[in-house]
Design a protein. Structure first.
Ligand SMILES: CC(C)(COP(=O)(O)OP(=O)(O)OC[C@H]1O[C@@H](n2cnc3c(N)ncnc32)[C@H](O)[C@@H]1OP(=O)(O)O)[C@@H](O)C(=O)NCCC(=O)NCCS
Length: 153
């Protein structure tokens, strides 16, 4: 299977909407309510315009298989990671590949050290595994989530 990442475009709006509302994705998120179409389109087009956001689509043999998003926190100077796989592409550890390809894309366009952070619910073992396999460190934990961090020099 050939895997690659590309930047999201306006044409991906419906794809991301459907992914965002898939039950496992809502369950893994920190706000679990259903996402409405109008709110989604506003949010998505703002993200595409925002120089501090990067949304990448993972393609498997040319088909969309997942996404990874980096949102730069300009005050604390780190990139917050969100990611998901299409249901059809789960169960093959592609989350690990998605993060590694996303980090490679992000770091190729940046100068100097990059700090990336991911928050994961405690029950989301597959996601934790993907962070560990990309050599993220567990920085802290709260009642319901774990905070992973990685610095790329
Ligand atoms: C998180 C997500 C991307 C991971 O998908 P994936 O890479 O296909 O995950 P897999 O089912 O292949 O599991 C990944 C690893 O965790 C392990 N794992 C999964 N569930 C496990 C469990 N309950 N106990 C122990 N290990 C488990 C798998 O064995 C696999 O290990 P390996 O890589 O060493 O072989 C996918 O589940 C998803 O899109 N979920 C919804 C959105 C989401 O949770 N996003 C992340 C938010 S932080």
């Amino acid at each position: 299977m050939h895997l690659s990442v590309r930047k999201a475009t306006e044409d991906d709006c419906k794809l991301l909407f459907d992914w965002a509302n898939e039950p496992e994705v809502r369950k893994a998120s920190f706000s679990t309510e259903k996402i409405e179409w109008l709110g989604h389109t506003n949010w998505f087009f703002q993200k595409l315009k925002n120089p501090n956001s990067l949304i990448l689509i993972l393609e498997a043999d040319g088909s969309p298989a997942g996404l990874i998003r980096f949102d730069k926190d300009t005050e604390q100077n780190y990139f917050l990671i969100s990611f998901l796989l299409d249901e059809k592409f789960r169960g093959m550890s592609l989350g690990t590949t998605l993060i590694s390809k996303g980090l490679a894309y992000l770091s190729s366009g940046q100068q100097g050290p990059i700090v990336c952070v991911g928050f994961v619910k405690k029950e989301n073992i597959a996601s934790q595994r993907a962070f560990y396999k990309n050599e993220f460190l567990l920085e802290s934990e709260s009642d319901d989530n774990l905070k992973f961090i990685k610095t790329i020099e």
